[in-house]
Design a protein around this ligand. Sequence first.
Ligand code: FPP
Length: 241
Amino acid sequence: MPDTIHYGDGPRHVAIIMDGNGRWATMRGRPRLFGHHAGAKRVREVVRSCDEVGVKYLTIFAFSTENWKRTQVEVAGLMSLFRRYIAKEARALRDENVRVRFIGDRVRLDAKLTGLMDEMEAQTADCTGVNLTVAINYGGRDEVARATQRLARDVQAGKLDPADVTVETLPRYLDTCVLPDPDLVIRTSGEARISNFLLWQSAYAEYEFVDTLWPDFTAGEFAGLVSNYAMRDRRFGAVKA
Ligand code: FPP
């Protein structure tokens, strides 16, 4: 084994782009929403496995700022799936000590959904186990634009000196301000793109692109990717002694 390989710790924060639900359903001659429902079951399974594999933060991309371009039927179906998932899972996640947060722009979401999101965040606010963050109406560029608006308001109000806008202070304005940066980003379904997910936060993340369609992604495959990560040599641009 070459001695340049560094066996590090597992990833503390894993982010997942859950792709391939539509193709999975189409391959079965079913509507795309059937794939999203099957995908939701995998979310459950992966969240529940985090404790066991030592992942403290899991962030999942549920709906992007670009997903509004899908048919009205699919968008409405996804929104209804989110409402149902939240209503159904809130108690179980709380009982499992999972702290749930949402990121993304809530302005375009309906009041019923944002009400459930607020409730779920409040109900799990004192949970100390796995931190699950669900990105809904989220886009990395949109997040940076919204953060910049907040930052500009602080400058205008005299609360922030422009000279103090640095790589340390700017992330405090992002939706993810309380989260560590992701160590590992996984994308399913064979596409090797980041699609506007956690652009600022993933500057030093490792990426895993796997062919599995999201509804076929198991806790076992997740555990394998998490253990691969620990085998990688992470230098953050520096040279290790
Ligand atoms: C991408 O597959 C998937 C989505 C846009 C939706 C993700 C949503 C879920 C997995 C539902 C459950 C989530 C929660 C939080 C309950 P795609 O439709 O782009 O698939 P395709 O590329 O094959 O068309």
